[in-house]
Design a protein around this ligand. Sequence first.
Ligand SMILES: *Cc1c(COP(=O)(O)O)cnc(C)c1O
Length: 369
Amino acid sequence: MAQLSPTMRALVQPHLVDIEPYDPNFTPTRINLSANENTYPLPDGVRAAIDAALAATPLNRYPDPLSNELRDELASWLGVERAQVCVGNGGDELLFNIMLAFGGRGRTLLTCPPDFSEYAFFASLVETGATSVPRDPVTFAPQVDELVQAAATANLVIVTSPNNPTGDLFPLDAVERLCAACPGIVLVDEAYGEFAREGSSALPLLARHSNLVILKTLSKAFGSAGIRCGYVVAAPEVIEVFSAVRQIYSVNVLTQAAALAAVRARAAYKPVVEQICSERERLHAALSELLVGLPQPGRVWPSQGNFLLARIPQASRVRERLRDEYSILVRDFSYAPGLADCLRITVGTPTENDAVIAALTELVKEQAS
Ligand SMILES: *Cc1c(COP(=O)(O)O)cnc(C)c1O
């Protein structure tokens, strides 16, 4: 992005002078598979239920600061207490708040990149030092022993499961080792948890680890990225901290009403999530076949999320041509450390996935010849 003006550089806090805002790299296209949204229509009846809830919501009153009705619904779904849930304006707000509360100057955040770029961004906003133990460069497996060792001196550890953008799960026994080793807070970001195989959530570990925080969102499986609603689940004393530092009215009345209707209708999302998972396997098989056959072979990693990470020769060029010649948008990660020539492709509807497979087949063959 453009640099701050000289006047602003002189006025902002020194650590913000060179800050780079998060760039979703968006261009309008026919098919958008760049942001891991759920591209399916809402399940039957859910949109009507949300619309009815919105229509019945008065706009003249301030929201319930803590979204208690929604907390109760989430708590009963997840089998925890209301006091263990805090709702935010998207998972992003909660990620910022966890840095605000537990990070800060002279403290450190430990991560295992490649991961979600917002962790480092939010950490830098509040002057939190960043340390990392990068994943294996080939398999992207986290280096658990090194992470556990580093966690002993970290104030905050964030792991992502399934991880964005590599798609793998973070092992639960490794989460437990981190919780035991870290004197601070361990956050497991499960933004894509609904797409992962059963039994992979860290939620059951909450009973044993009082420093564990689990982040979830309605932006992915619930197809509601536009309403901005995420939540954390943790021990009541940790939730008290989240409740204390949050902007009081950040979750507006419309978001609370829509989220409550969506979460109440959670059973209706099951077939959609199942279809996305089966489309993920179909897309994975098609892309693998395409990429291993190249003179300079690429690869696609297995994924437990609603996206796939693929290494494709000349990825940046391929991504541009997908956008400009086929009007298909995917995410370029080739600039990121460890992700040379990598694109992240959201799993879409069958029609969208067919279009991606067909376009990539043409582009990759053309480039190889
Ligand atoms: C999408 C995402 C989130 C949360 O997104 P919100 O839309 O702010 O709820 C959190 N973590 C990861 C890794 C994500 O990809």
